[in-house]
Design a protein. Structure first.
Length: 99
């Protein structure tokens, strides 16, 4: 997860197309560090699907922030990417809803 002063901006979706207070889910993905850019390109190419944040580039750890209305779409894409070997693994970290 983003740390320090980045977290409130990240959780409230500043610059992500996600409105403050809307429910969101978080996925942690592990992949080959050389494929982070490719994954970002593929996922962020779907308007409003997710925002990808690199947590640890050298270990290939990224976090996807997804509005709950897009949850199933992202889940299916991550399952497909995992089956194809594009990512090693992923896990849903949880859901956040303000209010």
């Amino acid at each position: 997860m983003p740390s320090g002063s980045q977290f409130p901006r990240f959780i409230h979706g500043s610059g992500t197309g996600i409105s403050a207070g809307s429910p969101v889910s978080f996925f942690l993905c592990h992949l080959d560090p050389r494929k982070i850019g490719m994954l970002r390109f593929l996922l962020e190419g779907y308007d409003g699907l997710t925002t990808l944040t690199t947590l640890n580039a050298s270990q290939g750890l990224v976090c996807c922030l997804v509005p709950n209305g897009q949850y199933v779409t992202l889940l299916r894409l991550l399952e497909s990417f995992s089956a194809e070997g594009r990512i090693y693994s992923f896990i849903r970290l949880g859901c956040f809803s303000e209010g």
